[in-house]
Design a protein around this ligand. Structure first.
Ligand SMILES: [Zn+2]
Length: 126
């Protein structure tokens, strides 16, 4: 299980299919392939499937911004206005940059804990 989880996490970080690690997830900046070109795994299992990725994106943003705020407050003593000038743009820009990886991590996490849905695959095109 741990090796499988690490492998899937590695695939997610590289934006590859969680099952085979070969197929790419994205065709462009905002376009995801519907399924893996190598193994046929359907990426969006159902409508609204990637809502979970929003939670991952939000969690990553908060897990960086909140400790970052307190670390800067303790170690630099900068004003609250300066903190806001750092963390408000961060909270807007980081989720956009992390969009691909949050979907990829959600897909890997779901595939790790619920691989039985893999039956909903389409065969790769010949
Ligand atoms: Zn695949």
């Amino acid at each position: 299980m741990a090796n499988r989880a690490l492998s899937m996490f590695g695939n997610a970080v590289r934006l590859k299919c969680p099952r085979c690690g070969v197929g790419r997830l994205y065709a462009g900046p905002f376009r995801m392939y519907p399924n893996c070109a190598h193994c046929g795994l359907t990426y969006e299992r159902e409508q609204g499937y990637f809502v979970g990725a929003i939670y991952i994106n939000y969690a990553a943003t908060v897990l960086i911004a909140v400790p970052g705020f307190f670390l800067l407050d303790v170690f630099t003593g900068i004003t609250i206005e300066q903190q806001l000038m750092i963390w408000v743009p961060f909270a807007i820009i980081f989720p956009l940059l992390f969009f691909h990886h949050s979907r990829s991590l959600w897909l890997a996490l779901d595939h790790l804990f619920n691989p039985t849905k893999s039956v909903y695959t389409v065969p790769p095109k010949k």
